[in-house]
Design a protein around this ligand. Structure first.
Ligand code: COI
Length: 363
């Protein structure tokens, strides 16, 4: 199926001057484009009523079930302006596939990959002027946030019989306020993110809600992000509040926790694994005990540590802090992190050839 999308243009869009002022310093997640896209689902009609409308507030019944039982999934991907002025997405099919997996876990109907990509591309096309210029060294893009929620007004606990899928878009600079500089991680020893059979691999708001209290602890300790350990033994590294983690070994290995149902299957994570292979690194996806971090830094075997995600891109990790210790990365943002980061963003911004076939033209 392809979506039959109707369009109601925004009668009072932001002026070019207003857009330019926002794009000069977009921050992350604070400004939104002139339009939003909505598609609805019911068991009888399937996905229907696809429309692009002026961006604005939703009117929800107080009994709307997402407000009570959190049946929700979301995605994050970006549109990049290439040097020739065209606008491209990065692996939108991978986001569509992950949303389908999240949907299955959250008992939602699946939106087909082609519909997901069509929806995202349609919003980018109408709000194309919101995609920042590709200026050297800036890395600004248009962050796209597809999401699906239970929009039925019903307090019984069961999969919603009315579901809404939406896409909104927000110009983005660096996720962290300080730009690309090493971040400090707080090791959460009292909270975990996800247990076996839980929702850890699904991109659902609940996982992010549960990271907020540990994240607040991290801020209180002067850290930028929280690092979670596995829920069963509290021994193995999992992921950060909203990013995956990688370790660079001096012998040419790149090591990251295996996704085993409790970790988000990051699109950036998967892309870096492929890019690293091409750069001659040996990638290991496996369980990583916390002690390996401590010992690897002490012995000098681990040289770099970085976090990655769509929003964070690749962010060097400078230090892991816990109640009892601090493990400082020997070379945060060192040569391997820098080379992988450059390979990824050059491809995304169209400054290098896309030999993987990952980019899709949106406008
Ligand atoms: C993303 O990287 O797109 C996410 O959804 C993570 C969130 C911390 C913004």
């Amino acid at each position: 199926m392809t979506l039959d999308i109707t369009t109601t243009p925004n009668p009072s869009p932001k002026t070019d001057e207003e857009v330019a002022a926002i794009l000069a310093d977009p921050g992350f997640g604070s400004h939104f484009t002139d339009h939003m896209l909505t598609v609805e689902w019911t068991p009888e009609a399937g996905w229907h009523n696809a429309r692009i409308e002026p961006y604005g507030p939703l009117s929800l019944d107080p009994a709307c079930s997402v407000l009570h039982y959190a049946q929700e999934t979301f995605e994050g991907l970006k549109a990049y302006r290439h040097p020739d002025g065209t606008v491209w997405g990065f692996r939108p099919e991978a986001n569509a596939a992950r949303m389908a997996r999240s949907s299955a876990r959250l008992a939602f109907p699946v939106l087909e990959t082609e519909d997901f990509v069509q929806a995202v591309a349609a919003l980018v096309r109408i709000d194309e002027r919101w995609v920042p210029e590709a200026r050297e060294g800036e890395e600004k893009s248009l962050y796209l946030r597809p999401f699906m929620f239970a929009s039925e007004s019903f307090l019984g606990v069961r999969p919603a019989q009315h579901v809404t899928f939406m896409v909104i878009a927000s110009p983005a600079g660096s996720y962290f306020k300080g730009g690309v500089k090493p971040v400090r991680l707080w090791l959460s020893e009292s909270f975990t993110r996800a247990g076996r059979g839980g929702m850890g691999a699904a991109k659902t708001g609940g996982n992010y809600a549960s990271s907020l209290a540990p994240q607040a602890e991290a801020y209180a300790q002067g850290c930028d992000q929280v690092m979670f350990l596995d829920a069963s033994e509290g021994r193995y590294l999992e992921e950060l509040g909203g990013m995956n983690i990688f370790f660079v070994y001096r012998d040419g290995r790149l090591v990251t926790p295996a996704t085993s149902g409790t970790i988000l299957e990051g699109v950036t994570r998967a892309s870096l694994i492929e890019l690293a292979g091409k750069q001659g690194l040996t990638v290991e996806e496996r369980q990583i005990p916390l002690s390996e971090w401590r010992d690897g830094v002490a012995s000098g075997e681990i040289s770099e540590v970085f976090a990655c995600g769509t929003a964070a891109v690749i962010t060097p990790v400078g230090e892991l802090v816990s109640a009892t210790e601090s493990i400082a990365t020997p070379e945060p943002g060192g040569p391997v992190t820098t080379a992988l980061r450059a390979a990824l963003v050059d491809l995304q911004f169209g400054r290098s050839e896309d030999t993987f076939g990952w980019t899709r033209q949106f406008a």
